[in-house]
Design a protein around this ligand. Structure first.
Ligand SMILES: Cc1cc2nc3c(=O)[nH]c(=O)nc-3n(C[C@H](O)[C@H](O)[C@H](O)COP(=O)(O)OP(=O)(O)OC[C@H]3O[C@@H](n4cnc5c(N)ncnc54)[C@H](O)[C@@H]3O)c2cc1C
Length: 375
């Protein structure tokens, strides 16, 4: 815990992954950075704990090589994604490396260490109660700041204070996470599609998996949902739960603007895609790099543009996934089509993890459409 200075170049509000990533990125550009969070590390949160290959690559641009840190931090690699729907399954390997499952608290500890090494001044257990054009009210102190980054999560007070709540669209689902002591049974991160929800499984160590329920029903819980997934129920009821169930809201939100004057939003504060995409961490790593570049040139309009570009593709994929969640018949047809033509699933996964081109997308869309008409 650092005592707060009187003045800084950048004050980051929120010390989750987005705040830490933004602070590290800004330090790498030579800014003096203070970060404050009302909690104390390691901070936990309901999260599927899967980082896709593009997320690992984005973390590397911050000097955060999670592969190198794998031994120290724990974590487990996965080779690709497997979709399961009733008795149909389809899987594909990532074309560009592997993903990683990493306990949220381990990721947080690792990022805190990197922030300290980078020279970020960290203040834990400090609630921010307001901002002005000159700075930030942190606990009982006022800290003057040239720039302010709101990395204070989905409910972001900073977003409200800066008048940035207006959004193009917003929808909510509910997520519940629990860990089980069981050796991962698959080299993939698995998404199991049920009638009213999805369960996804991320291997986080050689003997533990993270299970997340995503549902539109806020009263549903893992134990209620499991009977929809007999294969999983068999595996998980034989295993012991190692953590309590932790809930959260997953929001699909696109803001009209992510900055005003000297305030910029980053991470979930700046909008988010549904958790089913597994792209939240990747997005915030990429946004942090873009924000630091914009702070260096002094143009937050540049950040707005980069933020829009970074979000476009995950938002599209999230829309596709939510369509499958909504439409039972479409879901059944799409799963059968993908299982019958795994090469299309492979191509879609490649697009999902950043091997993206408009041409790829059109080709995959047409191929999937054709398969769905003919299965
Ligand atoms: C159920 C679920 C599953 C998910 N699964 C995945 C997945 O598998 N892979 C993936 O990449 N993403 C996943 N995500 C998304 C990912 O978890 C989020 O994108 C990520 O946690 C956002 O981090 P953040 O730092 O922006 O916000 P947060 O982690 O919410 O951090 C915000 C911080 O701000 C602090 N704060 C708030 N207000 C104040 C204040 N006034 N003063 C001081 N501090 C304050 C809070 O204490 C908190 O530490 C999932 C999300 C959910 C809900």
């Amino acid at each position: 815990m650092t005592s707060l200075p009187r003045t800084t170049d950048l004050f980051v509000i929120g010390g989750g992954p987005a705040g830490l990533a933004a602070a590290i990125a800004a330090r790498r550009r030579g800014l003096d950075v203070v970060l404050a969070d009302c909690s104390v590390p390691p901070i936990d949160k309901a999260c599927g704990e899967g980082i896709m290959p593009d997320g690992l690559a984005a973390a590397r641009t911050l000097g955060l090589d999670l592969d190198l840190d794998l031994k120290a931090a724990g974590g487990h690699r996965f080779a690709g994604i497997r979709f399961v729907h009733r008795d149909t399954a389809v899987s594909a390997r990532f074309p560009n490396g592997h993903g990683m499952g990493l306990r949220r608290t381990d990721l947080h500890s690792l990022m805190v260490d990197h922030a300290i090494d980078a020279g970020v001044r960290l203040a834990w257990g400090v609630r921010i109660s307001g901002i002005t054009p000159e700075g930030v009210m942190a606990g009982d102190r006022f800290v003057r700041a040239r720039w302010i980054a709101g990395a204070d999560g989905g409910h972001s007070p900073v977003r409200r204070w800066a008048g940035l709540d207006a959004c193009h669209r917003e929808s909510h689902r509910f997520g519940f996470r629990r860990h089980y002591r069981v050796a991962p049974w698959s080299e993939f991160m698995e998404v199991h599609w049920g009638e009213t929800c999805q369960l996804y499984i991320t291997p986080v160590s050689a003997e533990e998996v993270c299970v997340v329920l995503i549902t539109r029903d806020q009263h549903q819980r893992l134990d209620h949902a499991l009977p929809q997934f007999p294969e999983l129920a068999g595996r998980l009821t034989a295993a012991s739960a190692t953590t309590l169930q932790r809930g959260g809201v997953t929001v699909s939100r696109r803001l009209k603007s992510v900055w005003r004057n000297n305030v910029a939003l980053v991470g979930d504060a700046s909008g988010s895609v549904d958790a089913i995409t597994g792209e939240g961490l990747c997005l915030l790593f990429q946004q942090s790099v873009a924000l630091a570049a914009a702070l260096e040139t002094g143009s937050l309009a540049e950040y707005q543009e980069a933020h829009r570009r970074i979000g476009r593709h995950p938002e599209f994929m999230a829309d596709m996934m939510l369509l499958l969640d909504h439409r039972r018949l479409l879901r059944a047809r799409a799963m059968r089509a993908l299982a019958g033509s795994p090469a299309i699933f492979e191509k879609m996964l490649a697009i999902h993890t950043g091997e993206f081109s408009a041409l790829n997308l059109i080709a995959a869309g047409l191929a999937l459409g054709w398969e769905m008409l003919t299965v």
